[in-house]
Design a protein around this ligand. Structure first.
Ligand code: GSH
Length: 209
């Protein structure tokens, strides 16, 4: 257990940091969130104060006072949190093959889902890939929930906006028809209490309740 709260730099709207909030909730890790703005104003991701922490000018970024570790890249932060604080093995998988598959799907999330969804291009192809991988399966790796499943949630929740205007996929109903396995998986992961908790925290942070 983290003895001191983790210093967590985030953004209210950008999806990536919300992956880590899911993990804080899953693992009961205390954290202090600082919400930055985009741009170089005071309190912004590109302000010199934050660039000293992360020269990329991106969030999330953490400092864990228990270990002294400072880190950016949301999926790497999630892996760090699991390595240090998942004492019950909620997200552990057996065997090198499955351990590498979790990394594979985290890599695909960071290299394809995040950037493509952000650019409103190749979104449907990305979802088709995940839907195919889920044929006859409840989760991406090893018949159990892993970090790989959780990492997809925040961007998948942005699909109403990302796919706006696309005749066949703009609504949840349309997406269910196109990608039934992906759709069932998305809703399965969405029901996890930690994910629901993250959504409540997000709504509050965004002033929506
Ligand atoms: N691959 C990075 C991407 C981080 C990223 O792009 N974060 C966005 C918020 S979701 C950001 O800080 N954007 C600031 C900007 O584009 O200026 C990760 O997964 O952490």
């Amino acid at each position: 257990m983290a003895t001191n709260a983790i210093d967590f730099y985030s953004h209210r709207d950008g999806p990536n940091p919300w992956k880590n909030i899911i993990l804080f909730e899953e693992l009961g890790i205390p954290y202090n969130a600082t919400y930055l703005t985009f741009g170089d104003a005071n309190g912004g991701v590109e302000h010199e104060d934050f660039l000293k922490k992360n020269p990329a000018g991106r969030v999330p970024w953490i400092k864990d006072p228990t270990t002294g570790i400072e880190l950016t890249e949301s999926n790497l932060i999630s892996e760090y949190l699991v390595d240090h604080y998942d004492k019950k093995g909620i997200f552990s998988v057996e065997g090198e093959q499955n351990q590498l598959l979790v990394k594979q799907w985290l890599g695909f999330q960071a290299a394809s889902q995040g950037p493509f969804f952000a650019q409103v291009t190749l979104v449907k192809r990305t979802i088709t890939t995940v839907d195919r991988a889920l044929k006859g399966k409840e989760y991406l790796v090893g018949d159990k929930i892993t970090l790989a499943d959780l990492a997809y949630i925040p961007w998948d929740l942005a699909l109403d906006t990302v796919l706006q205007g696309d005749e066949e996929s703009a609504t949840a109903e349309g997406r269910k028809k196109l990608w039934p396995d992906w759709f069932a998986w998305h809703n399965r992961v969405l029901q996890r209490p930690s994910v629901q908790k993250m959504l409540a925290i997000q709504r509050k942070a965004q002033g929506k309740e």
